[in-house]
Design a protein around this ligand. Sequence first.
Ligand SMILES: NC(=O)C1=CN([C@@H]2O[C@H](COP(=O)(O)OP(=O)(O)OC[C@H]3O[C@@H](n4cnc5c(N)ncnc54)[C@H](OP(=O)(O)O)[C@@H]3O)[C@@H](O)[C@H]2O)C=CC1
Ligand SMILES: N[C@@H](CC=O)C(=O)O
Length: 425
Amino acid sequence: MRQIGIGLLGLGTVGSGVVRLLQDHKDKISAITGRELVIKRVVVHNPDKKRDVELPDVPVTADIADMVQDSTVQIVVEVMGTIDPAESYIEQLLRAGKHVVTANKDLIAQKGARLVDIAQQKQRDLMYEASVAGGIPILRTIVNSFAADQILEVSGIVNGTTNYILTQMNQKKVSYAAALKSAQELGFAESDPTNDVAGVDAAYKMIILTQFAFGMNVTLDDIAVEGIDKISLEDIEQAQNLGYTIKLIGAAKQIDGKINVSVGPALVPAANPLAAVQNENNAVVVKGAAVGETMFYGPGAGELPTANSVLSDIISVTKDIGIGITGNTFNNYRQGAALAPATAVKSAYYFALKMRDIPGQMLTLTKVMAETQASFKQLIQTSSDGDFAHVVMITHEIDLDQLQKITTAVANLDNISLLSTYKVL
Ligand SMILES: NC(=O)C1=CN([C@@H]2O[C@H](COP(=O)(O)OP(=O)(O)OC[C@H]3O[C@@H](n4cnc5c(N)ncnc54)[C@H](OP(=O)(O)O)[C@@H]3O)[C@@H](O)[C@H]2O)C=CC1
Ligand SMILES: N[C@@H](CC=O)C(=O)O
């Protein structure tokens, strides 16, 4: 059987999973592709590090030139992460005639368009299924199965680390710091987890999803991004008492023909299926004009689930090589949609407030709401410790301008302070 030479750029969590799946499912992959997939070379940061996968006789070096010049390698799997030097490495590999499969959402979200152009010029494949929602095959599903539908919204939980942290805080009352440490140990978090907890990793995934769903290129500057780093155990408990779970939600929606993209924590009602998505699992809801609402669920991070998505790309590329059709872009949908203005974006909001327990406080709050032309869905006193009362207010849908006005007005009140604000789904 003819061989396809695979090169690995990175042999950490995902790279090790790719090796394991290639070794464990060798025969099935050969039966499906008609080729024997053989790892020919590995490039890592530190070639002397002990690995927990065995690759006898495969050269492991730290120099990208070794990979670029290796004529036995046809497909390179980039699972090292970061922009610099990954962007330059992939460019060199494509220009040298290699096909590239990557799980690197930072890179695809920020530099994808340029790399896609290079791949097309060189008639090479560049695929990145694992870059969004780890083990859920969402990108290929949007390309293939939603091709004829008009997508109205793509939203959900697209970061495994933050969902793991929030689940641990919710179910086991584990502290934020301890839950993050455990997500790192389990291999869900990025090597620097700042982007995970700040919502930036989810925003990169929403950039890619927006490109696939709406054919539109957005940048990080176009997205309102908020992370989970300020969420306390008290916030989580309070939400739970009211029948909600706090989740980090990414959403790209069509509003009057324009697109809004956001990432931030939201209170999800217990009856919403997203509330049941636990630990490192992700769920992506795709609403189509024809199909209605669909939801895709599965592990959003971790060694083998992510490696499975990488392998699905390797197999696609292998098939393309076999029938001589390489160089088609992963997603070729492009349209000139515009961004929706902030005032078009509406949601219900939750406000947790602490107020001095003196007469007239609820009236003061009601006045703020009336002046902002906003209305309450719920206004509840949740506790009182004598001098102070804790109050939760949930509004009907308001726009971002009203949200800002309420927040500013409350900040100017003497005896009421705002503890936290969250969107409510
Ligand atoms: N972990 C996950 O669940 C998921 C990860 N991803 C993405 O997959 C990619 C890899 O993630 P993950 O496996 O977790 O990362 P790891 O940190 O576990 O592994 C990174 C690997 O890249 C190597 N590496 C780092 N810098 C360089 C460099 N300059 N030159 C050569 N090799 C380098 C490291 O080498 P060495 O081992 O010698 O240090 C290591 O083998 C990232 O883009 C991540 O965002 C996507 C979906 C899920
Ligand atoms: N750090 C990411 C890994 C997968 O993309 C996450 O936690 O989702």
